[in-house]
Design a protein around this ligand. Sequence first.
Ligand code: SF4
Length: 454
Amino acid sequence: MAHADEAAIFNKDEAKVNWHDKALWFVRQKRDKSAHNVQGWETLRDLASAIKANVLSNLDDYLIQFEENAKKNGVTVHWAADAEEHNKIVHSILQKTNVKKVVKSKSMLTEECHLNPYLEANGIEVVDTDLGERIVQLAEEPPSHIVLPAIHKTKEEVDVLFQEHLGTKPSNGDPQYLTNEARKHLRDKFLKADAAITGVNFAVAETGGFVVCTNEGNADMGAHLAKVHIACMGMEKLIPQEKHLGVFLRLLARSATGQPITTYSSHFNKPAKGTEMHIVIVDNGRTEQLSREDFRASLHCIRCGACMNTCPIYRRSGGHSYKATIPGPIGSILSPGKDLTKHSSLPFASTLCGSCSDVCPVKINIHEQLYKWRQIITKDVPQPVVKKTTLKMAGRVLASSKMYGIAGKSARFMLKHMPKFIIYSKLNAWGKARDLPEVKNSNFDEWYKNRQKK
Ligand code: SF4
């Protein structure tokens, strides 16, 4: 189904849509306040964008430098061309170390590679330990947001879910009680796990170390308790030097949730005595995206989620309506690069208002890239006949002021005299949820000419 059809399903529950919209707008406002409190915020954004552009232009060198330094630190580095290879590598590490229970902290890359079902099919228990991720895992749903994975769920829904899976008492959605219960449940999983899988927010080429940011400390808890730590990273996660972290860490938390810093920004450099540390560096379509000049800047993304929180379409259509691992504006640029036909409706899920580009901490020209995909899709992907014909006609009318005048006159006449049931029929998508504006007697041209005469 196209994005609009999926969004229509989410829109059936109006109260939930309003709540979802408000919750995300609240986060956007927190981001604004936090950003305005930093002197030189725009300079930071420029710096971040320039650093990422430098990384992408020299990616081969930085990757090799990172691998060399990580190896010197005693870390085993693996390379995966695609999701399948990534999953096989992770599984083989777990097999070799005889691991049966894994705790995982939030990693959009492992979602992208569908690691959980792969490991589960091979008899390994995988528990997501970020609270939001655990909620969607128990609900057997994918995350709907990259920072707030369960933002589509109300606390009452979580209450019911926990009663069913964790045996909690009904609490009318008491967040304190539910969080405490989740904490107890996860504590047990941490203590029994043999391996921990984490994502990577930033990998430092200069040192071979990497940084993982969480608000719950779950990555640290998992990695410090288990004998094996596997960190999975997209190959674009590199930054050249440790000093560059100062730029990105200041931008990431403020853009994501409005916090001055993520609660835990943990630096991992080498395995502790008696443990193993592995890094799996994954391509999975990133090289191809790098080769598309118009879209390569999309690889600057540091996954803060700000473009989702600000997008009027995302806020009112919900993350699941995108049917992609990364939803929202940035996902609508990344997904068509992977499967143009399947994701051809996504670049149209935008008003092109540019708010996403305005808030993006690494200054990705998101709305311009969405517009570029639209141009490619209308050429390369067969469009519905009705849409094609209507747009062709609209193009002719809009190209001629005479035809535009005649069309306007006829439309004004019809809207005034046609019965309401025809005007508000199935064909009028605009009129489904709102009244049409009051019809004037003349258009701007006529009004202006009359005014000049007077
Ligand atoms: S595109 Fe920009 S705003 Fe959106 S998630 Fe990535 S870094 Fe954040």
